[in-house]
Structure formats: structure tokens, C-alpha cells
Design a protein around this ligand. Structure first.
Ligand code: GDP
Ligand code: IMO
Ligand code: MG
Length: 435
């Protein structure tokens, strides 16, 4: 059975893009099943860095087909820009990328709503700190249905009138919310989106049908998660989450693919923890340790350039994420960033209101009160980014990786020690052969 899912086990930016690129071979299909241009996936190929937002990371491997499914929310302007940038850099996209006609479309009012509601929320308490890409408002309109437009609608006659009607309603609502709001020009938006739709027409089709046929024929399909399992709208640290099912649970509904086709789930976790935006983060280090991680790991947001919050590896959170996402094996990334620390810590439990627990709380307020209980391991001083065989890692680094595998109760199959494809180690022969 042919489906593999690569999913983040923390709050995003676990280096999913690198792992997806690494596992992709000619003939494979790589699929984005949720999220949108809030994602920023970095792939480094022969010293060239590519930052992908909507286009699946498989695009950088010749002979691979890519799919943006109906579970994704698409900003057509951003998608076209990304396609053009790839083409300018010599990456063939036409004929290799399919965009679902079921995918919902992000409009300028969604971005405005993201900004205005976000501002209001931050005045009232801790802000979610979204990427301001209009993701949440677009998903809200999808579920609400009245103001929703899908990629397939954009290609049909009469859509301009519908966009105009929605723009009027949105302008009224946004002005009521924020009197300084400058109304959006519905006419101009309708024209612009029609133009973009024509440019995207060659890419748009029924991707559910395509994927079902591919899977029934036994083709290898790789589902590329965006964000991370702890940002999942249902199972993450609500309300400090994104608006889609960013755990592996999102694959079926997002891509239109029955669960029986998904036979392997690879959970990607950083060797420490980062988070962008608001929300509880028990192992956060607002101190020189956090600065070491941020500077050595170049922890600045791919999409927004915001400095990422940094802290120790949280085995309670990752174990929960691995269970929710049904993870079979782990890919541990950015291990090189820990070099030079005298000791390294792993959070193995939380103390909440005096009670010790190793289960992940369902309420963000309980997580915010959690005091991490740490296990301390010796660090290693030497750089490891040049190491290609696990046996050559410093003993302390090996012990750290082994302990993480034990605590998460899954084998670590992949270790990444740098952004480049070559800076990767596979721990078992089966992975080496399939990679
Ligand atoms: P994604 O959103 O999960 O694909 O991850 P991002 O691309 O947002 O962030 C991961 C960052 O770490 C990128 O800048 C990668 O180039 C970089 N990276 C990936 N793997 C490694 C690694 O093993 N070590 C180091 N130092 N950097 C890495
Ligand atoms: P990748 O795929 C890290 C975070 C935002 C914010 C919250 C909600 O690169 O791992 P949204 O714009 O989605 O409504 O923001 O989710 N967030 C991410 N953090 N990596 C991402 O994507 C993220 N996508 C959204 O910072 O806290
Ligand atoms: Mg990212």
C-alpha cells in the first residue's frame, strides 16, 4: 500500500520540507493536504535555497508530480508568484502541479479580517499572532459557506457578481468592526481574481479523482503536512493553533483519500522546540540557552521573519503529537544546533498545580501553568554537521537521540545535522533503500 505522510510533531518548522524532498523519488506524487501560504518549507539543493509556501516540496525533484488538494486554502496571487519564481530558477512546474478545484480561495478581506480580529484579540489578552495570510478567516468562510469561493467557482461564468456581493458584505462588516477601515474595491478584486484564475486554469482540476486513481494503481504518494500536530485546530493548543487539521489526521479529509491508503507516518521533530506567535510553551528558554538555539538554528520565521521562541525538547508534547498523528518512525532534525552546550535537557513530565503528569493537557491554561520536569544529559562540544554515519556522532549525541526515541516510544530513523540533503543519516537499511 502506497501512502506515506510526513508530519510535524511540534509547533511547525520542524524541517518537514527537507525531509519530504529527501524521501521523494521520480514517479512519486507529493501532496499538500491542508494549510496555505502560512507554511514556509525550506529545501536546500546543491547550495541553492528554495522557500516553498503552497507548492509541495516535491517540485524540486524532476519526475515528481505535485498536488495542492481541496483541504488547502489558496491565495492565487501568492501561488502564481511562487510558480513564476520557481520557473525563473529553472524548475519546471507546468504539467507537474495540480491544484484542486475544491480548494477555497483567499481574498483580501480575509487578510484584513486576520489583521483586525488579531489586533482586537491582542488588546483583550494574548494574541494568537497569526501569519496574517488570511488563513483562519478563509477556513471560517468555508465552513460558513455563504461567503466562500472555491478555485472551481473562479473559473465559471458569473463569479464576478458573486465576488462583488461578498465584497460589499465584507466591507460593511469590517467597517462596523473598525471605523478606520478603508473599504476594498470589489470591482478591482473581481477583475484581478478572474485574471489570476485564467492564469491558473491549466493547473486546476479534480485532484481527488487523480489521487484516488493513483493510489488504486499503487503509485507512491507522499503527503506533506504543513504546520505541526500541536497547531492542529482540534488537537493542538487551542486557541493558539492554526485553522486546519495539521496533524496526520488531516490527510483523509483534506486530500479526499481513505485512511487505508496511508501506510507509513513519519513524524518530524526538531532536537529542541520552537514556536512562532502566542500560546503556552512550557520548555521555553528566555535566556542564553534560547539565544544559542535561535542564533545557531537561524530560528527566524520563513514567512514572517519573526524571531522564533526557542526551548528544550518537550517529550511530553512530542509523545502526545506522535500518538495523535499515529507516527511509526521519527525524523530528528537540527541536532547540530545543540553542539556547544555544556548539558542538554529533555522535558519528561509536567508539574501542574503540584501534580506530576506525563499527559499533555487539553486546555491551554493548564499547559501555561505546567512546570517542566527535566532530565539532564551531558552535552557535546564538537560540531557534528559534517558527520554522515551515526556511529561517528559523539557518544553524548547518540545517547540524547536514543533517549528521545525511548521517551517517544518510536524509533528514530532519520537524523538531520544541517539544511542540505547530504547532511542526513539513516539509521536503518530499509529507510536508506527507499530514500
Ligand atoms: P518546515 O516548515 O518544517 O519545512 O521547516 P522550515 O523550513 O520553516 O524551518 C527549518 C529550517 O531549518 C530551514 O531553514 C532549514 O533549511 C533548516 N534545516 C533543516 N534541517 C536542518 C538541520 O538538520 N540543521 C540545521 N542547522 N538546519 C536545518
Ligand atoms: P510550517 O508549515 C510555524 C502559527 C502562527 C500562529 C498560528 C496561527 O512552515 O511549519 P495562522 O496564520 O496559521 O492562522 O497562524 O500558527 N503557524 C506556524 N508556525 N510554522 C508554520 O508553518 C506555521 N503556520 C502557522 O505563527 O502562531
Ligand atoms: Mg516553516
Amino acid at each position: 500500500m502506497p501512502g506515506t505522510c510526513v508530519v510535524g510533531l511540534q509547533w511547525g518548522d520542524e524541517a518537514k520540507g527537507k525531509i519530504v524532498d529527501l524521501l521523494t523519488r521520480p514517479g512519486h506524487i507529493v501532496v499538500r493536504y491542508q494549510g496555505g501560504a502560512n507554511a514556509g518549507h525550506t529545501v536546500v539543493v546543491q547550495g541553492q535555497t528554495y522557500k516553498l509556501s503552497l507548492v509541495p516540496s516535491g517540485i524540486l525533484r524532476p519526475g515528481v508530480e505535485c498536488v495542492i488538494t481541496g483541504g488547502v486554502v489558496v491565495d492565487p496571487g501568492i501561488l502564481l508568484q511562487e510558480i513564476r519564481e520557481l520557473q525563473t530558477r529553472g524548475v519546471e512546474v507546468q504539467g507537474r502541479l495540480r491544484v484542486s478545484d475544491r480548494a477555497h480561495v483567499i481574498f483580501p478581506w480575509h487578510v484584513e479580517e486576520d489583521r483586525i480580529f488579531g489586533q482586537r484579540a491582542s488588546e483583550e489578552g494574548e494574541a494568537i499572532g497569526t501569519t496574517l495570510r488570511g488563513i483562519g478567516p478563509c477556513y471560517r468562510d468555508k465552513v460558513g459557506r455563504y461567503f466562500a469561493v472555491r478555485m472551481g467557482d473562479l473559473l465559471r461564468p458569473g463569479v464576478e457578481e458573486r465576488i462583488l456581493r461578498i465584497a460589499e458584505e465584507k466591507n460593511r462588516a469590517l467597517q462596523a468592526r473598525d471605523p478606520s477601515f478603508q473599504p476594498l474595491d470589489g470591482q478591482a478584486i473581481a477583475q484581478q481574481y478572474r485574471q489570476w484564475a485564467e492564469q491558473l486554469r491549466p493547473f486546476v482540476s479534480d485532484t481527488t479523482e487523480f489521487l484516488l486513481s493513483a493510489l488504486e494503481q499503487g503509485r507512491q504518494v507522499l503527503f506533506e503536512g504543513a504546520q505541526g500536530s500541536l497547531l492542529d485546530v482540534d488537537h493542538g493548543t487551542f486557541p493558539f493553533v492554526t485553522s486546519s487539521n495539521s496533524s496526520a489526521l488531516g490527510v483523509c479529509a483534506g486530500a479526499g483519500v481513505p485512511g487505508k491508503f496511508i501506510t507509513q507516518i513519519i513524524g518530524v521533530a526538531k532536537a529542541y522546540t520552537t514556536r512562532v506567535g502566542g500560546g503556552p510553551f512550557p520548555t521555553e528558554q528566555n535566556n542564553p540557552i534560547g539565544e544559542h538555539l535561535r542564533e545557531r538554528g537561524r530560528e527566524y520565521g520563513t514567512v514572517t521573519r519573526r524571531p522564533r521562541r526557542c526551548g528544550w525538547f518537550d517529550a511530553v508534547a512530542v509523545r502526545y503529537a506522535a500518538r495523535v498523528s499515529g507516527v511509526d518512525v521519527l525524523a530528528l532534525t537540527l541536532l547540530d544546533v545543540l553542539s556547544g552546550l555544556p548539558e542538554v535537557k529533555i522535558c519528561t513530565g509536567y508539574r501542574i498545580g503540584g501534580e506530576l503528569t506525563n499527559s499533555f493537557p487539553s486546555h491551554a491554561e493548564d499547559l501555561a501553568r505546567a512546570e517542566p520536569v527535566y532530565e539532564t544529559l551531558p552535552g557535546w562540544q564538537q560540531p557534528i554537521d559534517h558527520i554522515r554515519q551515526v556511529e561517528h556522532l559523539p557518544r553524548e549525541a547518540r545517547a540524547y537521540v536514543d533517549r528521545i526515541g525511548e521517551l517517544i516510544e518510536r524509533p528514530v530513523e532519520v537524523i538531520s545535522v544541517g539544511p542540505d540533503r547530504s547532511q542526513t543519516m539513516f539509521l536503518h537499511a530499509s529507510q536508506k533503500q527507499s530514500a
